[in-house]
Design a protein around this ligand. Structure first.
Ligand code: PRP
Ligand code: URA
Length: 209
């Protein structure tokens, strides 16, 4: 079974409060999502392997550690996942970025795929799927299925908020995928929105409604 990691750092909790607040406007919302994403990148990369290399400081030769192993790939689920990319890239500037375009049909609640473009060497990368919302889990499930079909071997899922229902879906269908969240919320309302949630993440990020 994949790990569920809830990031309970006070800075994340503080910023999440203002992301949730309906009076927070688009500009501030976008900045806060970016900042929380950077903080999450710190934890998501905690298990990256290290290797020692030899360097010279101004005073002496020494051995020191650098990240080794697989290269990273960020895969935002469009649209709302885009809000998390820049914040992650601030800490992981060498990561390549792929895009998976999905929207949730408001009637059926099923994900509809409309765009996909991934780095060529996807099977060699540790992929980090980004989406602020894990609601029914349908979109994340579809994105992960697509990545696996394209050859991905290593996938983590990073979301701001998860509903227990969506977390369960990913754990059942993708036991190899660890899930990182800023919070697990109470559940879903009758329109499958996360409660208390943050509302429609894409609309709040891009000012559409
Ligand atoms: C939102 C969100 C997730 C999905 C979550 O996207 O960003 O991708 O819904 O819901 P699920 O877990 O029930 O699938 P949406 O479909 O609203 O598209 P958008 O990002 O383009 O606004
Ligand atoms: N998509 C969103 O943007 N918000 C939710 O609460 C659920 C799905």
């Amino acid at each position: 079974m994949g790990k569920i990691v809830v990031l309970d750092h006070p800075l994340i909790k503080h910023k999440l409060t203002f992301i949730r607040d309906k009076n927070t406007g688009t500009k501030e919302f976008k900045e806060l999502v970016k900042e929380v994403s950077t903080l999450m990148a710190y934890e998501v990369t905690r298990d990256l392997p290290l290797e020692e290399i030899e360097i010279e400081t101004p005073l002496a030769k020494t051995k020191s550690q650098v990240i080794s192993g697989k290269k990273l790939g960020l895969v935002p689920i469009l649209r709302a996942g885009l809000g998390m990319v820049e914040g992650m890239l601030d800490l992981l500037p060498a990561a390549k970025v792929g895009h998976v375009g999905l929207y949730r049909d408001p009637k059926t609640l099923k994900p509809v795929e409309y765009y996909c473009k991934l780095p060529k060497d996807v099977e060699e990368r540790e992929l980090i799927v980004l989406d602020p919302m894990l609601a029914t889990g349908g979109s994340a499930d579809a994105a992960i299925n697509f990545l696996k079909k394209e050859g991905a071997n290593s996938i983590k899922l990073v979301c701001l908020l998860g509903a227990p229902e969506g977390i369960e879906v990913i754990q059942q269908k993708h036991p190899d995928v660890d899930i990182y969240l800023a919070n697990i919320d109470e559940g879903l309302n009758e329109h499958a929105y996360i409660v208390p949630g943050i509302g429609d993440a894409g609309d709040r990020l891009f000012g559409t409604k």
